[in-house]
Design a protein around this ligand. Structure first.
Ligand code: ADP
Length: 223
């Protein structure tokens, strides 16, 4: 399973990305986590990107694309599946990531759009700020990140819709419910994905998913 996620900050990319990765046994490649790890380790790259992260600005495309290429090469060696979280964030990154994935023979099967409005994601990010201490979870930086999302990230959703791989989910609901709907939708698509022998074909019996992930409401089976 090869999934990339498009969502505003606070919509749940991290949570749902980890769930998808665990469910399908594929690596969760989160650009924000990889960048923050560089900052924490004070690598050359970390020192170079720290200010962008603190200000809620996008780090230069070539930096993040280099990190992603490396992670995709490792993902290929590990079986070829992945969940990309945090990239692409603009049209240039979308095209470049597509080229890299094509070169490696591992373009995305699904572009997963987590849809949530600004008021809800701001509320969640401020709640997170009280627990974790991310340098970019202040009111000013949150509004900067949201503005960037609306200006340069959300327009790429249309590109995936045109390519026929867009799956949109309502991410305003509790994380568990959103997660169930995502896994149900991805499981339903899995038999139609052509990954040669790397993927195990599965039956389309969604009732077993209901058991595995808790009661399946009507909204969870409609997508
Ligand atoms: P969120 O989406 O919740 O804001 P992330 O952890 O995905 O958080 O990203 C945190 C920060 O890392 C971004 O604000 C940006 O500075 C940087 N970043 C992450 N991914 C990218 C990317 N693809 N291109 C440029 N900058 C990125």
């Amino acid at each position: 399973m090869r999934v990339l996620m498009i969502a505003p900050p606070g919509a749940g990319k991290g949570t749902q990305g980890a769930l998808i990765a665990a469910h399908f046994g594929v690596p969760h490649i989160a650009t924000g986590d990889l960048l923050r790890d560089h900052v924490a380790r004070r690598t050359g790259l970390g020192l170079a990107v720290q200010e962008y992260l603190d200000r809620g600005e996008l780090v230069p495309d070539q930096v993040v694309l280099g990190i992603v290429r490396e992670a995709l090469v490792a993902a290929k060696a590990a079986g070829g599946g992945y969940v990309l979280d945090g990239i692409p964030r603009n049209m240039r990154q979308a095209r470049a990531a597509y080229q890299i994935a094509r070169e490696l023979g591992m373009t995305a099967d699904v572009a997963l759009h987590l849809d949530a409005d600004d008021a809800e994601v701001t509320r969640r990010l401020l709640a997170r700020a009280a627990l974790e201490h991310r340098s970019d979870d202040s009111v000013e930086v949150i509004s900067q990140r949201l503005a960037l999302y609306h200006q340069v990230t959300s327009p790429i959703i249309c590109w995936y819709r045109d390519r026929g791989i867009l799956v949109s989910v309502d991410a305003m609901r509790p994380a568990q419910q959103v997660g169930r709907e995502i896994l149900t939708a991805l499981e339903a698509m899995r038999p139609f994905l052509d990954h040669g022998s790397q993927q195990t074909p599965h039956s389309l019996d969604l009732t077993t998913l209901g058991e595995a992930f808790g009661a399946t409401g009507p909204d969870a089976t409609s997508g």
